[in-house]
Design a protein around this ligand. Structure first.
Ligand SMILES: C[S@@+](CC[C@H](N)C(=O)[O-])C[C@H]1O[C@@H](n2cnc3c(N)ncnc32)[C@H](O)[C@@H]1O
Ligand code: SF4
Length: 384
């Protein structure tokens, strides 16, 4: 799939806030489902949220839809089809619209579930694999085993999915360098189009933060990172973002849209939107708790907040996303998507160019190889 080039396109994110069990490292807006989810009620709520929000994106085209969570694969293909059809009937969508579903290998009980998802219009799967070592999976509290991943991928392929990502994590509790490499080799052997490889981080408000497991030290993690990078590259997975690797032409359009500071509409509990309005960039976020969100939308009580991004932070926000992309971001995109002048960006970047951390080539701003190792430090120094 080609990446989004039209500055007027926008992306749609749809949040599904339930999971079978809360993972101890996860700080996403996800809640244990405890019993049957009322899919009809939630889809109706999403539809109302969509109807209420879409006016701000009038006459614009959707380039990608991402159904994320939580665990959207807890929902049936039938429910997702109703939702996707409703949206597609009301907004112009690109012919080659990318529609991703996040799926948990432990929440795919029905054999024909993938067929139903394809029928719903989903054409990209993102499977939360994390590890293929059962010991590691248990230590990070996952509900699935390595065997479930094999079955899920087999079923997905047989059903006809030909654009699949797997999420992997490294730096797991009691994981050695050899174990991380073996994990990555197993992941590569599946031959998916895309692999995301995240370093486990201890996020505040998680069980792991309160009671940290034993993790490898900084130097060992750095070694893991560089060895996994090399392994993935050797097997044809090109790194295009800090944690994202893809075969040629198979980058995730939705995430690229975020990283290039494109506008997006978020619907669902806790979902965020970003939109370029006449007087600057506006951020909107929805009520976070699933029950409160549903009640408020149903009753018409206010379920969203908004705030303009202050000018002095706009450039830093742009850079926080842009510097993640290996190939860089165009100065045209900067001007179109922030309404700021490229001269301002160039003057902010000058000191880092002098230090050989950033470079501008062919209208693209990007990190040098050295700069790519220090993204957090560069951003920290940019904060006003
Ligand atoms: C939005 S999460 C949800 C995906 C899906 N619910 C699942 O877990 O199977 C997307 C990905 O972020 C990564 N992730 C979540 N928490 C993380 C953490 N604390 N550190 C590193 N990666 C994390 C995981 O790889 C996960 O698959
Ligand atoms: S399944 Fe995914 S979203 Fe749900 S708790 Fe675990 S990591 Fe978080």
């Amino acid at each position: 799939m080609s990446l989004s080039e039209n500055f007027d396109d926008f992306s749609l994110y749809i949040h599904f806030p339930w999971c079978v069990r809360k993972c101890p490292y996860c700080d996403f807006n996800s809640h244990e489902s405890r019993g049957r989810i009322d899919e009809r009620r939630y889809v109706n709520t999403l539809i109302r949220d969509f109807d209420d929000s879409i006016d701000a994106f009038k006459n614009r085209t959707i380039t990608s839809i991402f159904l994320g969570g939580g665990t959207p694969s807890l929902f049936s293909g039938k429910s997702l089809k109703r939702l996707i059809r409703y949206i597609r009937d009301r907004v112009s969508c690109r012919d080659d619209l990318e529609v991703t579903l996040e799926a948990n290998p432990g929440s795919l009980e029905h054999h024909d579930q993938f067929g139903e998802y394809l029928d719903a219009g989903i054409n990209r799967l993102s499977l939360g694999v994390q590890s293929l070592d059962d010991g590691c999976l248990i230590r990070i509290g996952r509900i699935h085993h390595a065997d479930d991943v094999r079955k899920a991928l087999e079923n997905a392929r047989t059903s006809g999915f030909c654009n699949i990502n797997i999420d992997m994590m490294y730096g797991l509790p009691d994981q050695s360098l050899d174990m991380a490499i073996k994990d990555c080799e197993h992941a590569i052997a599946f031959g998916t189009e895309h692999i995301s490889c995240y370093q486990l981080t201890l996020e505040p408000n998680t069980l792991f933060y309160l009671d940290p497991p034993t993790l490898a030290d900084h130097d060992s993690i750095y070694r893991m990172q560089t060895e996994l990078q090399a392994l993935l590259e050797d097997h044809g997975y090109v790194q295009y973002e800090v944690s994202a690797y893809a075969r040629a032409g198979m980058q995730c359009r939705h995430n690229m849209h975020y990283w290039t500071f494109g506008d997006y509409l978020g619907i669902g509990a806790g979902a965020h939107s970003k939109i370029l309005a006449e007087d600057g960039v506006l951020r909107i976020w929805k009520e976070k708790h699933p029950e409160h969100y549903q009640r408020k939308v149903a009753s018409g009580a206010s379920w969203k907040n908004h705030e303009p991004v202050r000018q002095e932070y706009l450039m830093v926000e742009f850079m926080m996303n842009a510097l993640r992309i290996k190939q860089g971001v165009s100065l045209d995109a900067f001007e179109q998507r922030t309404l700021l002048n490229r001269e301002d960006l160039l003057s902010l970047a000058q000191v880092f160019r002098d230090e050989d951390l950033l470079v501008i080539e062919n209208g693209l701003l990007r990190c040098t190889d050295r700069g790519y190792l220090f993204i957090d430090e560069i951003i920290e120094r940019m904060i006003p």
